[in-house]
Design a protein around this ligand. Sequence first.
Ligand code: CAA
Length: 343
Amino acid sequence: MDIYNQIGELGVAGVTIPEEYGGAGLSYQDLCVVLSELAKSSVSYAVTLSVSTMSQSILAEFGNEEQKKKYLPALTSGEEIAAFALSESHSGSDAAALKTTAKKVEGGYILNGTKMWITSGGIAKTYIVMARTGEEGHKGISAFIVRDGAEGFSYGKKENKMGWKVSPTRELVFENCFVPEEDLLQTEGMGFKIALSALDRGRITIGSIAVGLAQRALDEAVKYALDRKQFNQAIFDFQGLQFMMTDMATEVECSRLLVEEAARNFDNGIKNQKVACMAKLKATDTAMKVTTDAVQVLGGVGYTSEYPVERFMRDAKVLQIVEGTNQIQKVVIGRCLKKEYAQ
Ligand code: CAA
């Protein structure tokens, strides 16, 4: 938290949130630059900021004045972290199948159920929780603000992950947890649309994290290859390796341009889900490929923790899974193509 607090001191804990709530009032293109730079050092911190910003954007866009004033300032200052709770054990890609219930009672709702894979679970103070207030399917889902410490709200299993070691991933357990009426976002039944529209931007920011990570892996690989000599020459000058690095550089550049395009669309109010999903897909697949190739360029030492590239490779993998697996991105891109060509 002390390091995250410093992100706040730098003024970037709420890049896209309006200034009146303590944010920087900047664009998604700006946020992508911040996240890319942060990811060059630590994907864990970048993703903590990305998910907190996505959750803040839900409050900023869908919250009423009272909710915004109450919850945003502690988040935009970096004093607190926010988290997004959609997934459950049986409901990952099929997000609309979630089972956590929110039963209407006098003055509020009673939540019961368990959320899984929650980034910043246990360290976040404000949670945006999707729960079922009505019928099966997406129409019965509502979004709630739940605070750490609420009665009936506890933390379950903490995952032991391959990467993202600084970013805790944890279950949230709701056992007759009372949430006051004023902490419902918008109206009953709006939860799925709120979640998916937040993911539209979350996918762009995950893409920007992937770009920063891939760029850093490329930097490490080229620097090492220029320095390391075998057969009386820098290994960079062996065309087999050089072409590997030119491919890495080309893929990083393509990904950066696609992420920038997706963010620019968003900033200009152009809803282009296809490009947002393409940006997430391309950039995260690139991060996986480039970090793996960086380990190859460094050879034996690349596989050890003496150099950072093995961490980059471990941190890259889950970028292909979170905020919609890359297969889900293809489902959405496919749906967009079908619509486009059927017109
Ligand atoms: N914005 C707003 N509304 C949207 C939308 C969007 N982007 N996409 C769809 N909707 C609306 C639709 O219009 C529809 O509403 P109507 O019936 O009123 O028209 C409704 O939502 C349902 O849409 P679909 O029929 O398309 O829904 P679906 O059940 O087929 O699911 C899906 C679509 C794309 C597969 C979706 O379930 C999905 O994205 N799944 C992946 C879930 C995911 O990304 N989870 C990530 C968890 S968070 C995370 O990883 C963060 C982290 O910690 C790092």
